[in-house]
Each structure stands twice: as structure tokens, then as C-alpha cells.
Ligand binder design. Structure first.
Ligand code: GTB
Length: 217
């Protein structure tokens, strides 16, 4: 059965591949699994039919037969566990890769999301200018630690894995912030991910959704 995921009908990122369906699309492309996409509006995400699958009324979701999943990390892990190629065979290496997936969403992503949400919701607030340097500093600390660990390696832990899908898509949200450039290994790491044919197919597919939405007005 072909899995179906949900994605924004019209993504606020204007096709830059920053919404979290991008990591799921990329994982599917890496393992060669076809998938369908159901596009949802913000209003539809808050309706009972969508809330039955995603209790928080968000995208992405994953449905296949009787299985319904939410949380992009859980969905990528599910794909990686059911197809070869995205997790090491060696049990210890596999556990480390899963650990990196958690690190991406639990340790690196939160301050990045907080900064980006502050930019949207607090930009006109009197405290914004004072808060931004503090948010930037928290991100800089994480990027420094990540860059130290990555060193000269191509990927987080040995061969490319689902952990790199998660980490690259988390870091991409900093594009244009000026924060990545202090650690040249990180833009290079992102570029390696973006150069993968599977990434490019996933990116083109989500961009096509945005282009169609624009054309439809
Ligand atoms: N922890 C969940 C996961 O990893 O799946 C978070 C899911 C989530 O935040 N989904 C967002 C959503 O559905 C879309 S991706 N938001 C609608 C809502 O909450 O009502 C987040 C996102 C949105 C927009 C941009 N952008 O414009 O750049 C980037 C990322």
C-alpha cells in the first residue's frame, strides 16, 4: 500500500522546503518508496478529520493501511526502519544514529524554531531587539558544539543516515540568518545533503506544490 502524507496546501515558506514534510519526502526518496501527498489548508488542519490523525493539528502526518503517525522524526524513523539504507545494520551504530535523530529535533531544533517564531510573532514587540542576541547566542553555542563533533566528517556518524536527513533539515532553517557562516563545516554539510539526488527530487516536489498554489491564485 502506498503511504500518504500531509503537507501545506500553500506553504508559508514559499517553496523553500523548510516545512517539516520536506524531511519525510527526502526519506521516502532515499529509500525509493513512492508516496501520495494530501494537501491541507490551515483551516483543515484544525478540523476533526485531521485532528484524529494529528492531535496538534499540524503537518506532516503519515497514513498507511491502519497505521497513522504524526511527528516528522517518528515518521522518518518509521520509514528508515522499514527500508534498508537509512540506518546502519550494526545495532550500536543504529542506536547512535537514532540518538542523533533525537538530538536534531530535541537539542538543535528548539532554539532555531524559537528564533524563527520570535521573528514572526515578536518582531514588533519592545523586547524583540534585546531578545534576539540571546536567542542567537543559544544557537551559536549549539552550532559550535555540532561543528566540533562533525569535524572533517561528511556525515554525523559514519555513512549517511536518517540522522543526517533530520539534522540537515533542521539546520536549513538558519539559511539567511548569518549564524551558520562562523562554522564553515556546517554550510558544507548542508550542501552535501542538498546535493543528494533524493533531496533534489523531494525539494522539486514540494516546490511544485507551491508553484501550483501560486498559479491557482
Ligand atoms: N514536532 C512536529 C514535527 O516535527 O512534525 C512539528 C510539526 C509542525 O510544526 N508543523 C508545522 C505546522 O503544521 C509545519 S512545519 N504548523 C501549522 C500549525 O501549527 O497550525 C513548521 C514550519 C512552518 C513554516 C515554515 N516557514 O515558513 O519557513 C517553516 C517551518
Amino acid at each position: 500500500m502506498t503511504p500518504t502524507i500531509t503537507a501545506f496546501e500553500s506553504s508559508p515558506d514559499r517553496g523553500r522546503g523548510l516545512a517539516r514534510d520536506m524531511r519525510v519526502r527526502w526519506a521516502f526518496e532515499e529509500v525509493g518508496q513512492r508516496y501520495d501527498v494530501r494537501l491541507v489548508s490551515f483551516a483543515q488542519m484544525k478540523q476533526p478529520a485531521h485532528l484524529a490523525v494529528h492531535p496538534f493539528g499540524q503537518i506532516p502526518t503519515y497514513e498507511e493501511g491502519g497505521l497513522a503517525l504524526f511527528e516528522s522524526g517518528a515518521i522518518v524513523l518509521h520509514i528508515a526502519e522499514r527500508h534498508p539504507g537509512l540506518l546502519p545494520e550494526d545495532p550500536d551504530a543504529r542506536s547512535r544514529a537514532i540518538g542523533w535523530m533525537f538530538a536534531a529535533v530535541n537539542t538543535v531544533e528548539p532554539p532555531i524554531v524559537e528564533r524563527s517564531m520570535a521573528g514572526v510573532l515578536e518582531r514588533d514587540e519592545p523586547w524583540y531587539e534585546a531578545r534576539l542576541p540571546m536567542l542567537d547566542e543559544r544557537i551559536r553555542a549549539r552550532l559550535g558544539q555540532l561543528s566540533d563533533r562533525l569535524g572533517d566528517s561528511d556525515w554525523l556518524d559514519g555513512a549517511f543516515s536518517a540522522a543526517d536527513i533530520m539534522m540537515v533539515t533542521v539546520l536549513r532553517r538558519l539559511d539567511g540568518s548569518g549564524l551558520l557562516e562562523a562554522h564553515p563545516s556546517l554550510p558544507a554539510y548542508i550542501a552535501r545533503g542538498e546535493a543528494r539526488p533524493a533531496y533534489q527530487r523531494a525539494f522539486a516536489d514540494q516546490l511544485a506544490v507551491f508553484a501550483r498554489a501560486q498559479a491557482a491564485g
